[in-house]
Design a binder for this molecule. Sequence first.
Ligand code: CUA
Length: 215
Amino acid sequence: SASPLMQQLIFFHDHALLILVMITVLVGYLMFMLFFNNYVNRFLLHGQLIEMIWTILPAIILLFIAFPSLRLLYLLDEINEPSVTLKSIGHQWYWSYEYSDFNNIEFDSYMIPTNELSTDGFRLLDVDNRIVLPMNSQIRILVTAADVIHSWTIPALGVKVDGTPGRLNQTNFFMNRPGLFYGQCSEICGANHSFMPIVIESVPTNYFIKWISNN
Ligand code: CUA
């Protein structure tokens, strides 16, 4: 992860997986032991107590997943006074970006085709114009689309928002280190759906200010 929210998502995944493994092991053990069961209960017709226990106990176990899940859901939705807002518009098949907080910078961001790729570039993942954003600051993303539904998705930041024509969706993230963060469109949007990647260049704030004032 490169953001606190993605870190929380990973923690929740591990937590849910741990509970899942414990349930699988217990149920698997019980089912396996049935093969060796020699008890014969000719007069056993009902058992109210055990029925109560094995109905309520799984419900309580599920609460241990439900409450952290809800906590995370609302945490992801929180907007914490963003210092930069980036608009991101999905097109068939490229992204365009607008920094309307500053000098009204706007540009298109196309994938670099394989035959034009440099030797250190990532195939199907690099773009001609990267988004530059400051690290260690709260960033708001507004996502929409011009033609069909797209989805602005960056796994390392825990961000995944649909861009829908006629609607403006909002999300936010916080990058806690510098570097390049890659993402792809994740809503099946047509023939070249696989070829509209996203690249964020996470830089220190003074670099960002330099970049924004030179554009
Ligand atoms: Cu845009 Cu898939």
